[in-house]
Write a protein that binds this ligand. Structure first.
Ligand code: PGA
Length: 232
């Protein structure tokens, strides 16, 4: 696992945006897996400013809240506002976890597809954040390392952490649909973005500690192509 410590948030954002740019320029038909939350906001701004050609890119978001998707806090609204409405990506090419979950997994996998655009098998590049409890996507502590896309109950810590995006903690959805740890681990390359001292301890546990389902991100130690980008 390659661990890179960057000077500040700006450098974290531009470094990861450069990785996405390289991927898209090298393979215009790439399948990307994308995160939400506060950490990737700067990276999306940097990406938009690059004015890349997104028309052949296919994206999959890591997770969605179970909520009205037209509300500003939904991850569908977040992606529209921060990336999709600011690029030439085709709406049909941006996917959020959907039911039946097996069909979503098939879409990622690229097998059983007749869609001529869907030529790549699996996720080429997956960008991740980490939660304060060690979650990746909404795979909360205790999630099986073999898990696939599914409906989950959010951890109390996640609800508290994410209350800052809502009017009150009672307004935070309690359920979500998330890609599984097994789904994420099938990605060809994974980039983990971590911003701030408050995440340093959980990051250390995840990348240097024992591999345990109590710290979902610790499974990344078993992936052969993971890069971690951290700034204080
Ligand atoms: P954050 O969330 O970027 O808002 O800290 C990360 C996560 O929960 O995965």
């Amino acid at each position: 696992m390659k661990i890179n410590v960057l000077k500040n948030y700006k450098e974290l954002s531009s470094t990861v945006a450069d990785i996405v740019e390289t991927q898209i320029k090298k393979h215009p038909l790439s399948k990307l897996c994308l995160p939400t939350g506060s950490t990737p906001l700067g990276m999306y701004d940097e990406l938009v400013n690059k004015k890349l050609d997104w028309k052949s890119v296919i994206t999959f978001n890591l997770d969605v809240y179970l909520m009205n998707i037209t509300r500003p806090q939904s991850y569908q609204s977040y992606m529209k506002k921060n990336l999709f409405d600011r690029t030439n990506i085709y709406p049909d090419h941006s996917h959020f976890p959907f039911r039946p979950f097996s069909a979503f997994e098939d879409k990622i996998d690229g097998t059983n597809q007749t869609d001529f655009m869907n030529t790549t098998m699996g996720i080429d590049l997956c960008i991740l954040g980490i939660g304060s409890n060690g979650h990746i996507a909404f795979n909360e502590p205790g999630s099986s390392f073999k898990s696939r896309t599914r409906l989950v109950n959010l951890d109390e810590q996640t609800i508290i952490d994410n209350a800052r995006f809502f009017d009150s903690v009672d307004d935070v959805p309690t359920q979500a649909i998330t890609m599984g740890l097994g789904t994420i681990m099938d990605s060809k390359k994974i980039v983990l973005m971590v911003n701030g001292l408050k995440k340093k301890s959980i990051l250390n546990q995840a990348i240097l500690g024992i591999i345990t389902e109590d710290i979902p991100a610790s499974i990344l130690q078993k992936h052969k192509n993971v890069e971690v980008y951290y700034c204080d």
